[in-house]
Design a protein around this ligand. Structure first.
Ligand SMILES: [Zn+2]
Length: 204
């Protein structure tokens, strides 16, 4: 039991076997009420969270008929601006900093330089479809690439510029990069509001 749970926690992003076993002992020290609340939340996670069919971010709703998240459905968000981020936690932090008014697209991963099938590792087809759709019906003017400031992030940004380049050229879109002034290794997930603000203003 302990070993099995440790294995599960070790598979979480950024969690090693040591931390994983600490989690298990933490749970062992808790009472039954805590554990049942915990398992109930885990059990109902998939039922109360949907994946937005436009930006591919997870959002909470009990109504499974709704397919767009609150940002995609919000008419006061700037549809001429589309920011491409790696993961949900990046989106969360950018949104929290309250400096960006456009729309989003979540790639769902990054590409290392050695990646053999880059188009399958991230939502590349979905992104092309989204950009084409936004050009057609939402007046898209600029795509902001907001990938991490590290080799994988750079590589991902390069790949995206390549696959979007026919659409960008044809429709004269602006392709900008967030945070050229940010230092190497900066994780968008942890960036503070002020830094985010200047990274957004200084995008190139
Ligand atoms: Zn959405």
């Amino acid at each position: 039991m302990i070993e099995k749970l440790t294995k599960i926690f070790s598979s979480f992003p950024g969690i090693g076997p040591r931390q994983a076993s600490r989690f298990v002992y933490h749970l062992l020290r808790k009472d039954k009420k805590y554990l049942s609340e915990f398992t109930e939340l885990v059990n109902s996670l998939k039922e109360s969270v949907s994946l937005c069919t436009l930006c591919f971010r997870y959002f909470e709703t009990t109504n499974k008929e709704i397919s767009y998240c609150s940002i995609c459905a919000n008419p006061s968000r700037d549809s001429s601006l589309l920011m491409v981020v790696e993961k949900d936690t990046d989106f969360q932090n950018i949104e929290k900093s309250d400096v960006y008014t456009g729309k989003y697209f979540i790639l769902g991963g990054t590409l290392s330089i050695l990646e053999k099938e880059p188009e399958k590792k991230i939502r590349s087809e979905e992104l092309i479809k989204r950009v084409a759709g936004d050009i057609k019906s939402n007046g898209l003017k600029e795509i902001v690439l907001a990938t991490s400031i590290n080799p994988d992030g750079e590589n991902t940004a390069q790949f995206i510029s390549k696959i979007l380049s026919p659409l960008i050229k044809k429709h004269k879109l602006t392709l900008s990069m967030l945070g050229r002034g940010l230092s190497t290794g900066t994780e968008l997930e942890y960036i503070d509001s002020e830094t985010m603000k200047s990274a957004l203003q200084n995008r190139k």
